[in-house]
Design a binder for this molecule. Structure first.
Ligand SMILES: [Zn+2]
Length: 472
């Protein structure tokens, strides 16, 4: 049996949730196979120890694993990490699970649907309704109406950085020449419906810097998106600054559709304090912790989590934006390089599960950005090839919210370990038992089992009882 000996604080809360293994809180008069601790337990009634904080100078003959998990969670989950290129928290969690499996029977609820490798969350930030709107907004500055012609040209050039941007912007402004504006909402819908998929559209509550429309002018688009089974969420432009604004913005977007989540426009915020406002405003999830000029694991995990200053708001870090890959002031990759980069990136999710969050802006589905659109389609195809599951933000939230509230019951009778769910899961959650040479695994529901070298996965269609017994 496994036990947690951790201080009561938000980091411990998240460590338990990210691990999601069958384990109970430490009790001094019980015996354990493995204890996962942030300090040495007084009564050392255990066979092996995992210390999630390093440098504790514990000398003992028992098997021990030391990790920097507490430190990594404090930095990563607070959006304060230095190196975003790897999901360092997941790597530590994996080591812990491997260590536990060596020393006892390990059962977990993995962060993915049964039979799948990971989730791919499809989302679109709506900054402009059309490409013309984007170029027009970038060229006009509403606070400087009496600018001279020269000043306007200067602002236009400053806001259109690459030659490609300048050329497109010029033709877009005058709606002439090579200019073509299309209904990009229909375009996105056609692409996704070809794969039988839906996505989440983040609409801004009102005009603001970088947002060129008022929501009332977007009603047709919103209705179209809703009618096609997609999700509407809020693209905050001021809610990150105060609770009052957060509440107000939610109300505005809710006039058009039910709203569960938010993403801050341009990922523009000073600190993660704003997440408390979003939680108080009634949002269920946020997806603002990400980078504008890079791809990565902004919070060092592939899973969602509840930020350390919140109680229930779920954060889905943003991994890949179209602009980060392609813009000249960001990674500036060619199509082939961007594709290779994203495919490499997906291997981390294949190993650890969780959700890859994609953000493809609607305006970049215009023909002028054909390679951006092509990559989006390639990523969807690759997801199917890797047996990943593309979903909307709220579908992903439903799964992980249920997983957070689920509990594995573990009973031990002589050489047998019995695992079951406390309540029957609605989403396709499953139990994963890590294999070990000496174990015999029997599940009551034998129809839904999938086996790999390392583990046996059992779908929980009812409360699912799994018996694991020792051979010797
Ligand atoms: Zn935006």
């Amino acid at each position: 049996m496994i036990s947690f000996y951790l201080q009561k604080n938000p980091v411990s809360r998240e460590i338990k949730q990210l691990l999601k293994i069958a384990a109970s809180d430490y009790s001094e008069n019980k015996k354990y196979d493995v204890v996962i601790a942030d300090k040495i337990p007084k009564n050392q009634n255990f066979k092996a120890l995992v210390l999630v904080k390093k440098n504790l100078n514990f000398n003992s003959d028992i098997p021990i694993l030391e990790t920097d998990l507490v430190d990594l969670c404090q930095k990563g989950l607070n959006f304060n990490a230095v190196d975003y290129t790897k999901p360092l928290i997941e790597e530590e969690l994996f080591l812990i699970k491997e260590f536990c499996a060596k020393n006892t029977v390990l059962a977990e609820i993995p962060p993915v649907s049964f039979g799948k490798t990971f989730f791919v969350v499809l989302s679109h930030d709506i900054d402009h309704l059309s490409l013309h709107g984007m170029h027009f907004e970038r060229s006009a500055d509403k606070n400087l109406d009496n600018r001279t012609f020269f000043e306007k040209i200067k602002s236009f050039l400053a806001n259109h950085k690459s030659l490609h941007d300048k050329t497109l912007g010029f033709f877009a402004l005058f709606k002439g020449g090579i200019w073509k504006d299309i209904n990009n909402f229909e375009k996105i819908n056609n692409i996704e419906k070809n794969f039988n998929l839906s996505s989440t559209y983040f609409f801004a509550p009102f005009k603001q810097k970088g947002i060129s429309y008022d929501l009332k002018n977007a009603e047709n688009h919103i209705n179209f998106v809703k009618k096609n089974n997609n999700e509407i969420a809020c693209h905050s432009v001021s809610g990150q600054n105060s609770l009052k604004h957060a509440v107000n913005e939610k109300k505005i977007v809710e006039k058009f559709a039910p709203v569960k989540g938010n993403r801050v426009h341009h990922l523009d915020f000073e600190s993660t304090d704003f997440l408390k406002n979003f939680e108080k405003a009634g949002y269920l999830y946020d997806s603002s912790l990400g980078l504008n000029k890079k791809t990565g694991f902004p919070c060092l995990t592939t899973q969602p989590f509840v930020p350390l200053n919140c109680e229930k708001l779920m954060e889905f870090p943003l991994n890949v934006q179209d602009g980060s890959l392609f813009k000249s002031n960001a990674m500036n990759l060619s199509f082939q390089k961007a594709k290779k980069h994203c495919f490499n990136f997906m291997t981390f999710f294949q190993k650890f599960g969780g959700q890859l969050v994609l953000d493809w802006h609607n305006v970049f589905f215009n023909p002028q950005y054909s390679s951006w659109e092509k990559l989006y389609i390639e990523l969807i195809k690759k997801s199917f090839e890797l047996n990943a599951l593309p979903v909307t933000m709220s579908e992903c939230f439903e799964f992980f919210n249920e997983r957070r509230n689920s509990k594995i019951l573990h009973n031990k009778k002589s050489n047998s370990n019995l695992f079951s769910f406390k309540t029957v899961p609605k989403n396709k959650m499953f139990l994963r038992i890590w294999k070990n040479k000496n174990l015999v695994i029997n599940a009551e529901n034998e129809l839904n089992i999938s086996e790999s070298k390392k583990c046996v996965d059992i779908l929980c269609s009812d409360k699912t009882l799994v018996t694991v017994s020792s051979k010797n």
